[in-house]
Design a protein. Structure first.
Length: 86
């Protein structure tokens, strides 16, 4: 059994990696090893800056996984993994 430090419907934090459900269409999971994360930045979201989308991003450099409740949130975390999203 794998230890889980945090889990909600879309995010799971294991001892080795962050797993993002709904990252790939239509249901694929993205696994990001913690060693690949260079930095984390907290950003405020607004209607024109990500809050109005439930999947994806309006910026070609950033990607946001599926989150049907994003419209109710005001803050996002941006992970720098040293390359554009894949």
């Amino acid at each position: 059994m794998t230890t889980t430090y945090y889990r909600d419907r879309w995010i799971t934090c294991t001892p080795d990696a962050l797993r993002i459900r709904g990252y790939y269409f239509p249901w694929g999971t993205k696994t990001i090893p913690y060693t690949a994360i260079r930095s984390v930045r907290r950003v405020e979201m607004g209607v024109l800056t990500g809050q109005g989308r439930i999947w994806g991003s309006g910026h070609p450099r950033y990607w946001a996984g599926l989150d049907p409740r994003r419209m109710t949130k005001s803050t996002a975390l941006v992970l720098d993994v040293g390359r554009y999203w894949d």
